[in-house]
Design a binder for this molecule. Structure first.
Ligand code: ADP
Ligand code: MG
Length: 710
């Protein structure tokens, strides 16, 4: 069983403060005025009519026009939540689901988790009162495992469909079949109902049964499906849904001046920093939005901005840096929306989440290094890696457009004009460039056995499907005829994790080290625990050594986690605020990213609950760390690598030559054989998070792979 989907009647505790804000009359008026001024406000009636008329509708509208925040409210007010049904809105990104839900709760004047709520992996802010529910696309896919007809929903809005994440794509296919199934079962019921009402005698005789039947009947309505997208190309969605109706919402856009660099910028972080201060010191008022590729980069630029500010004369110091990225704790996410103090300029450091998913007002300047972090999968090698790659033209346009929402703006592209010309027109859908084992496992659990036959909006390549099936088979999730008929596969599908991590947890209960593995998986689920500022490289390295385990990075992470436990337990008498402050200080002194660690701690308590519900035994291997290392080998055998004479490593599964990442405890002192978790490509192919293993364990623990090969 999985209890993640909360449907209790209690209002969830904690975090309520954001939506809980008592609005004074003045701010209420301001909010109402803001809502009325949005482009979507003038077409509200027409949109509701379109939804009433068409079961599937595609809505394309400029970013910031009010689609995400307003449409669900229009539909709610028009009565789409009769019979306690829900309006579900999916987002590719968790931050968007959270911040938008908070905003809408505020606009509706309710506490978050009441009428308006959100649900994302590891965090559920809904209750039995919730009618407008924001969630990630991945979460709705998981809900379908428990409720295949998604019968609680009257409307599902798939938002940001242009992002084409693998979850969005699969969700569209699933919703298409759910919609069919619901219409069919509705027709069937209607037919039987007609027959039954013809038969008065039976009706009277069997009142109870009839009542039951009516209840069942009322519970079924056709599923309204709305696909929303920011890009202009609605055709692909319309065609996929059999020529579904598409409507456009006109936005407002002021001119944005675009500037390119004259030379290639070798260090885009330095260039971003220089541009931030150039704008701050030379341009008129207005906030700055900088697009960076990830949390580590954002936090390092944040620190550099603060340092540089200290060196400026007093009258130039009025700049505040705020950041937004997906693993930012939800209580910190709303900070980017708060206006800067009077006289101050705000610089927002964001990942591509700020491209279309969230709209922050007051932005006049954009800094665009032209890069994004993306997943790439090589099916021949079975390797997935995170790579920083150039954005597409469509993305560059979206980014610059963000400066022109409230007035004319400027966009500084940190690349040359002819480089822009070489960008792809649009971004390749994720399903064409990622490992599919996670999604295949979920489809199998949903009863879709023929993966190549599934009605994808765009089919993944055959080789990617085959390789992912093979991987699932090797992990023991599928039988040799690719069926999900064994308990291990079902257990794996229940956990909201990558199959390889789910497998590690299941195995760990056999190896008596589930306690260590839970910590490991939680710590690996966040971007980076350690950081090393440029000017304190040595210092941070020494500090890190105090946590280091000779076995490798995994146990090092376990040590950090346990040290943080000990630290917090000692201060359990303190108030929450004082404890939190002390925790942040401790993290800073140890060059640990406090946000990442906090996030990992939250994830840990969630997955611990998950595995306990599954009945797995949580035990510690204590000093017998060999057990834990063997369990890592048994789980991550597909990522094993052997040292080469010149100090690099050869991945055993595919012969790829890789190097140990400088952050690893093995960077200098290299073991003969190891397993790794992640491949990161910059100028080289680096493996991150490694643990020393004995080569012979592989044939012993993963004979299905190694015995055949050697
Ligand atoms: P769209 O989905 O069409 O891109 P949204 O509905 O997200 O547009 O945004 C509409 C407006 O609501 C924007 O002007 C934006 O500034 C505002 N808004 C959205 N979320 C928040 C928030 N969390 N805080 C303050 N304003 C917000
Ligand atoms: Mg939106």
């Amino acid at each position: 069983g999985q209890g993640r989907l909360n449907s209790s009647t209690k209002i969830p505790k904690g975090n309520l403060s954001d939506g809980n804000r008592k609005l004074d009359a003045f701010s209420k008026q301001m909010l109402a005025q803001h809502r009325k001024s949005l482009p979507i406000a003038s077409v509200d009636k027409r949109l509701v009519e379109e939804v009433q008329k068409h079961d599937t509708l595609i809505i394309v509208g400029e970013t910031g026009s009010g689609k995400t925040t307003q449409l669900p409210q229009f539909l709610y007010n028009a009565g789409f939540c009769g019979d306690g049904k829900l309006i579900g809105i999916t987002q590719p990104r968790r931050v968007a689901a959270v911040t938008v839900a908070k905003r809408v709760a505020e606009e509706c004047g309710v506490n978050l988790g009441e009428k308006v709520g959100y649900s994302i992996r590891f965090e559920d802010m809904t209750s039995s009162l919730t009618r407008i529910k924001y969630m990630t696309d991945g979460l709705l896919l998981r809900e379908a495992l428990l409720d295949p007809h998604l019968s609680r929903y009257s409307v599902i809005i798939v938002d940001e469909a242009h992002e084409r994440t693998v979850h969005t794509d699969v969700l569209l296919g699933l919703l298409k079949s759910v919609q069919d199934a619901r219409s069919k079962s509705l027709n069937n019921l209607q037919n039987t109902k007609n027959k039954k009402t013809n038969n008065d005698i039976q009706l009277k005789e069997n009142g109870a049964q009839c009542l039951n039947f009516l209840k069942q009947y009322q519970g079924r309505t056709p599923l309204k499906l709305i696909i929303m997208s920011a890009s202009l190309d609605a055709r692909i969605f319309s065609e996929y849904f059999g020529g579904a109706r598409a409507v456009h919402i006109q936005g407002r856009q002021f001119p944005v001046d675009i500037f390119y660099t004259l030379h290639v910028e070798n260090d885009y972080l330095d260039a971003s920093l220089a541009t931030i201060f150039q704008i701050h010191l030379e341009e008129g008022p207005g906030d700055i939005l900088v697009f960076l590729t990830g949390q580590e980069e954002i936090e390092s630029v944040e620190r550099l901005v603060k340092e540089r500010l200290k060196q400026l004369p007093e009258n130039s110091k009025k700049l505040v840096a705020v950041s937004i990225f997906s693993s930012l704790p939800s209580e910190q996410q709303m900070r980017v929306f708060a206006p800067a103090p009077p006289g101050f300029r705000k610089v927002i450091l964001a990942t591509n989440i700020a491209e279309t998913s969230v709209t922050i007002s007051g932005i006049k300047y954009i800094i665009d290094p032209g890069l994004v972090k993306a997943r790439y999968y090589d099916p021949n090698k079975g390797l997935e890696s995170l790579v920083v790659v150039p954005i597409s033209k469509a993305q560059a346009l979206q980014r610059s457009g963000r400066a022109g929402r409230e007035g004319p703006g400027k966009c500084f592209r940190l690349y040359q004009e002819d480089q822009f010309g070489k960008f792809e027109d649009s971004t390749k859908p994720e399903i064409k460039r990622c490992n599919l084992s996670n999604i295949i496992l979920q489809l199998k659990a949903l009863g879709v056995d023929d993966i190549s036959g599934f009605d994808f909006i765009e089919k993944p390549t055959r080789s990617a499907i085959v390789k992912s099936l093979e991987q699932l088979f090797l992990l023991g999730a599928l039988t040799d005829d690719c069926k999900l008929s064994n308990p291990v596969g079902r257990q794996m599908a229940c956990l909201p994790l990558d199959p390889i991590y789910s497998k590690a947890l299941i195995l760990a209960s056999e190896f008596n080290c589930l306690e260590e593995m839970l910590i490991t998986v939680a710590m690996l689920s966040v971007e980076s625990i350690f950081y090393s500022p440029r000017d304190k490289k040595e210092e941070s390295r020494t500090t890190k050594k105090s946590f280091a385990s000779p076995e490798g990075d995994h146990l090092t992470l376990v040590n950090v986690y346990r040290a943080s436990n000990e630290f917090l337990e000692k201060r359990s008498g303190l108030s929450k605020e004082k404890r939190e402050k002390a925790f942040r200080k401790w993290c800073k002194e140890n060059f640990i990213d406090s946000r990442s660690l906090r996030h990992a701690r939250d994830i840990h308590s969630q997955i611990r609950r998950n595995v306990e519900q599954m009945g797995l035994r949580v035990a510690s291997c204590g000093d017998d760390v060999l057990q834990f290392c063997r369990c890592l080998a048994a789980s991550f055998f597909l990522n094993a690598a052997l040292k080469q004479p010149e100090g690099s490593y050869r991945a055993l599964a595919n012969g790829e030559i890789v190097s140990i990442h400088p952050s690893s405890v093995f960077f200098k002192n290299k073991p003969e054989c190891l397993i790794f978790n992640e491949l990161v490509e910059t100028n080289r192919k680096y493996i991150r998070n490694t643990t020393r293993i004995d080569y012979l364990w592989l044939t012993e623990l993963a004979p299905q792979f190694y015995a055949v090969q050697n």
